[in-house]
Design a protein around this ligand. Structure first.
Ligand SMILES: [Zn+2]
Length: 474
């Protein structure tokens, strides 16, 4: 009952006291990011194919075409007509650890009638990226609905509505649950350990991809999806006081490895990664080794798979620090979720390893109740038939959300797990040396692809072509 008492005053206040006259009222704002709808006949064949591929995804509700006014991003507050609803977005400062990012506008969305003072947390996150050439890409979260803005040709943008609740549960997303986990020594976070825990650690990630993950898009489009996921993951660490950042170290194509489309592409890709540097996915492994990447990820299309990703082990070693993610699931925070597994974080009790790797290392679910919307932290799975959309932070007894703790000391403290394990994982490879110039940490990721003739089994021979460092889309 305590919860209901906490929540209802806000709801009632929203209904009775401040309907449309609140500071968030849509009517107050004249500038709209979305300028006008565009007829589908205006699309190039390539863009039309892109739109049609989006519509085939079962989690996509619809795709519509619009023009965007990027000048609106100069404002601290503006409106976005999202086709089936209008939101007002207000700018928020980026975490200091991001440094200057003129390409990124970040804020929170509000709907007409939102209760004043109500804190939706990260369930209303808005990110808008200014791309070179004037395009905009972005994501606007309204609970477990996300509206995606994707640039097409000639100034046209796709506005896509995705229902994240239709993506699949991640209950079975650990590759090797039977393997005895070498438990890292849990620290007691003594005062000396606390100062150590404040040291910023960088975990570098190499990302391989299949042709099905690329799905006919330009490389830069897929890269931008992953880059946004890394930004969002880094925001989650900041929001949970975890001194950790992910850094993209390298891209690698799959050197001929192809998905089967039979509904088990995620476990198959993970098994291929586990084969190691001499196995099928040798090229992503070579990119990892060459770029000193602590983690190795594989992007897949996996259109028929019933999960969003898979990590090899909860609490990984250097050899098992491997994960696979479905590109279409990235708006559901799948990238951060699988990274969390590798660092030792697990799901909510009941969906996690038992006995647990860390007794306190579980995700937190707040199931909905009368007058209270459900929500969950990054490592929790879904809660059908109810809804508990993921917030972009980690379970922790130190964090409050809507008047409640987002975790508990004994059971739900994945923030502690990450803090205690980040240095161990960041040390899987030494940081790249600045002496190589462009290979220094923080430089643009390297891109490697297979070169040379196909071998007798159709696989590319083991030659690597290194591209000049790709300029990531800004
Ligand atoms: Zn999981």
């Amino acid at each position: 009952m305590r919860i209901i008492i906490n929540a209802w005053p806000y709801v009632l206040a929203g209904l009775l006291a401040a309907p449309v006259s609140s500071a968030f009222a849509v009517e107050d704002v004249s500038s709209n990011l979305v300028r006008m709808p565009v007829a589908e006949q205006r699309l190039s064949a390539r863009d039309l194919a892109y739109v049609q591929r989006q519509r085939e995804d079962r989690s996509i509700d619809w795709v519509t075409l619009v023009r965007i006014d990027p000048r609106v991003l100069e404002l601290a507050k503006f409106e976005i007509d999202l086709h089936d609803r209008k939101v007002v977005v207000r700018k928020q400062a980026l975490p200091e650890s991001f440094g200057p990012r003129p390409d990124l506008w970040r804020g929170r969305a509000a709907l007409p009638g939102d209760p004043p003072q109500w804190d939706p947390g990260t369930l209303r996150d808005v990110r808008l990226y200014r791309l070179e050439g004037g395009g905009i890409r972005g994501s606007i979260y309204i609970g477990d609905i996300v509206y995606l803005i994707r640039p097409l040709s000639h100034g046209i943008h796709a506005l896509i509505r995705q229902d994240l609740s239709r993506l699949h549960s991640e209950k079975d997303d650990v590759g090797d649950r039977s393997r005895p986990v070498k438990r890292p020594q849990p620290s007691s976070l003594k005062p000396s350990a606390v100062s150590e825990s404040m040291q910023m650690e960088t975990v570098r990630v190499a990302v391989g991809y299949t042709a099905a993950a690329l799905n006919g898009d330009p490389l830069e489009t897929m890269f931008a999806d992953v880059k946004e996921s890394i930004d969002v993951a880094n925001e989650s660490f900041t929001a949970s006081n975890i001194a950790l950042r992910l850094e993209l170290a390298a891209w690698a194509d799959s050197a001929g490895y192809a998905e089967s489309g039979n509904g088990s592409d995620i476990p198959a890709a993970l098994a291929a990664l586990v084969e190691g540097p001499d196995g099928t996915l040798w090229l992503p492994h070579a990119a990892r080794d060459g770029e000193n990447a602590d983690l190795l990820a594989m992007a897949v299309g996996a259109g028929n798979d019933a999960i969003c990703g898979q990590a090899q082990q909860v609490g990984a070693s250097k050899d098992t620090a491997l994960f696979v993610f479905k590109r279409g699931c990235l708006p559901s925070h799948t990238f951060a979720h699988e990274v969390g597994h590798l660092l030792g974080a697990d799901h909510q009790p009941g969906a996690a390893l038992d006995p647990p790797v860390f007794a306190y290392g579980h995700g937190f679910q707040r199931l909905p109740a009368e007058g209270v919307a459900g929500w969950s932290t990054l490592m929790a799975t879904d809660c059908p038939p109810q809804r508990c959309p993921r917030q972009n932070f980690w379970s922790s007894p130190l964090r409050q959300h809507q008047g409640e703790a987002a975790g508990s000391v004994d059971t739900h403290d994945n923030a502690r797990v990450l803090t205690e394990n980040k240095a161990r994982v960041a040390a899987f490879y030494p940081p790249p040396q600045a002496t190589k110039g462009v290979r220094a940490g923080g430089a643009a990721p390297r891109y490697v692809r297979a070169a040379g003739p196909d071998g007798p089994d159709g696989r590319a021979m083991r030659a690597i072509a290194e591209e000049p460092r790709l300029r990531m889309p800004q």
